[in-house]
Design a protein around this ligand. Structure first.
Ligand SMILES: Nc1ncnc2c1ncn2[C@@H]1O[C@H](COP(=O)(O)OP(=O)(O)OP(=O)(O)O)[C@@H](O)[C@H]1O
Length: 258
């Protein structure tokens, strides 16, 4: 599979992180993270288990307070926002988390309506129906509207989960392990969907993954978390194929990439 062409980084940053540090007791997880996410790009964050990828996402979303450093998201200094301002900012972030499971007792339609009804006031029934139909069409699953989650495949459930996130029209998408637990063909479909979302909605995305095939397929840029910092950043080829860094090489050799 060919890596994506790099996007033009002259664009503005939608997330800017500087010198971010967080420890839990003696465990120094993030030790001075600097990272930019540019408008319209897919940025893949790679790192071994326990390196702090989820912690980083939680700090970006204002769910966890860092010990030091600054996080600016869509022009807002996350550390300075009050609860109401944070809630408003979070509505512009779309979370596609591993554990953001669908509600089993609700149909696909009801699952998609749920975030809309909870977060957007004064929507008519016609507005809601239109938004649900558009979001389902976006992920290619219009025909599942009246089905229950238990009737869907793992890949379809993942797509519906992404549709449920897209329905609020986020400016930034945060995908946590989007291909975890999926077979290679279904993983490939999810990779395509991530790229389609980027193209169609012009979203900027952070994709956390261990799957190098996914990283290569969706990443305009790769940032590798090593020892609490992003020491290696660049295109897939820059990070891996031209690299003499033993730690990056080790990561590469234990992953299957096609
Ligand atoms: N609230 C917390 N209190 C104490 N320790 C924590 C807390 N949150 C995370 N940690 C620790 O910080 C480290 C990084 O956790 P994190 O979940 O970010 O890893 P990760 O890189 O996302 O790993 P994985 O790829 O396995 O999901 C882990 O050692 C974890 O136990």
């Amino acid at each position: 599979m060919n890596p994506k062409k790099p996007v033009n980084h002259q664009k503005e940053a939608v997330i800017t992180i500087r010198n971010l540090k967080i420890s839990f007791g003696d465990l120094h997880v993030l030790r001075g993270v600097d990272l930019d996410l540019y408008q319209g790009e897919n940025l893949v964050v790679l790192g071994r288990s326990g390196t702090g990828k989820s912690v980083l996402i939680k700090i970006i979303a204002g769910l966890l307070e860092p010990d030091q450093g600054s996080v600016n998201v869509l022009g807002e200094d996350v550390g300075k926002l009050n609860k109401r301002e944070l809630d408003a900012l979070r509505l512009k972030l779309g979370f596609s988390f591993q554990n953001s499971a669908l509600y089993d007792s609700m149909t696909v339609r009801e699952n998609l309506e749920f975030p809309l009804i909870r977060n957007v006031r004064n929507l008519s029934r016609a507005d809601i129906n239109k938004a649900v139909e558009e979001a389902l069409a976006d992920v290619g699953l219009s025909q599942t509207i009246n089905q229950m989650p238990s009737e869907l495949s793992g890949g379809q459930r993942k797509r519906i989960g992404i549709a449920r996130t897209l329905i609020l029209k986020p400016e930034i998408m945060l995908y946590d392990e989007p291909t975890a637990g999926l077979d290679p063909i279904t993983s490939n479909e999810i990779n395509h969907l991530i790229n389609e979302v980027q193209e169609r909605h012009n979203t900027s995305s952070i994709i956390i993954t261990h799957d190098l095939t996914c990283a290569k397929a969706v990443g305009d840029r790769i940032a590798m978390l090593l020892d609490g910092r992003f020491e290696r950043q660049g295109t897939f080829d820059e990070v891996f194929e031209d690299s003499n860094d033993e730690r990056a090489k080790q990561f590469y050799e234990y992953n299957f990439v096609n």
